[in-house]
Design a protein. Structure first.
Ligand code: NAP
Ligand code: GCO
Length: 266
């Protein structure tokens, strides 16, 4: 085996929703492995913030404003990227939202909004980049799944439905495009300390830990939340030639949550 197989030199990587959070850290890992970084976010000020953050990390990134649920906007963005940067070799469908609402209180419009961003958008963006990958003779697609691709919990019905669907979309892209040397895999992060989970870690009025914070630490063998940087290595592996024989796989980067019944209360 050649350790260069883990490098991404000469590759163009698009990470959606990557101004900050998990996407930013995955893109930073890709840059460290030699890739050219392209990202989008829904608002210009977020893209500008992201460009500053990448520059501060010594990364010359290319940023585009695009709502990933808008098929015309996505097709336009991909065409611009192909013209201005190059054909996309690596796609990470990272952009996502969550709404934590008890199911019978959630409106159909709210349910559809989560499905739109977390499941329809990965379809839209993958559909836009696969033709270029076929022409190039290779491609890597990484879908950011979740613990909720396997497990349910109260108040996240739309998110779990979307992430469960994203697991199967991952397997279907693998099945349909594997013959074109395109590998499509998922990363299933555990509980990561980002703005998306900040409400679950907020200190209570009396200064005590959020009950969910204690709950997740009891469900994680290492007894802690994971950091977004801890997703970069697994993502580089799945984006590199070192994983060319890995396809349709969901790599859970969860610190062991899915393997663990949970720490017994003292
Ligand atoms: P985050 O901090 O909320 O970041 C999500 C990013 O996606 C933001 O930049 C957001 O932009 C962008 N985005 C949302 N809707 C978009 C749209 N329609 N078009 C373009 N960009 C859009 O989330 P995160 O924690 O980094 O999570 C990133 C991914 O990992 C998500 O798919 C999430 O479901 C998944 N995940 C997270 C965890 C965790 O514990 N944090 C665990 C498992 C999986 P705005 O700021 O403008 O909304
Ligand atoms: C929640 C959290 C989780 C994480 C992640 C776990 O409310 O339970 O937001 O859904 O975001 O998806 O893998």
């Amino acid at each position: 085996m050649n350790m260069n197989d883990f490098r991404l030199d000469g590759k163009v990587a698009l990470v959606t929703g990557a101004s900050y959070g998990i996407g930013f850290n995955i893109a930073s890992g890709f840059a460290a492995a030699g890739a050219t970084i392209v990202f989008n976010d829904i608002k210009q000020e977020l893209v500008d913030k992201g460009l500053e953050a990448y520059a501060a990390a010594g990364i010359k990134a290319h940023g585009y404003v695009c709502d990933v649920t808008d098929e015309d906007a996505v097709n336009e963005m991909v065409a611009k990227i192909e013209k201005e940067v190059g054909v996309i070799d690596i796609l990470v469908n990272n952009a996502g939202i969550i709404k934590r609402i008890p199911m019978i209180e959630m409106t159909a419009a709210q349910f559809r909004q989560v499905i739109d961003v977390d499941l329809n958008a990965p379809f839209i963006v993958s559909k836009a980049v696969i033709p270029g990958m076929i022409k190039k003779g290779h491609g890597k697609i990484i879908n950011i799944c979740s613990m909720m691709s396997e497990l349910g919990r109260e108040t996240v019905s739309a998110y779990a439905a979307a992430k469960g669907g994203l697991k199967m979309l991952t397997r279907n892209i693998c099945s349909e495009y594997g013959e074109f040397n395109i590998q499509c895999n998922g990363i299933g992060p555990g509980y990561i300390a980002t703005p998306q989970t900040a409400p679950l870690r907020e200190r209570q009025a009396d200064g005590s830990r959020h009950p969910f914070d204690s709950f997740i630490c009891a469900k994680t063998p290492a007894g802690r939340w994971l950091e977004p940087e801890e997703l970069a290595g697994p993502a580089v592996f799945l984006a590199s030639d070192a994983s060319n024989a890995v396809n349709g796989h969901i790599l859970y980067v969860d610190g062991g949550i899915l393997a663990y019944i949970g720490k017994q209360p003292k």
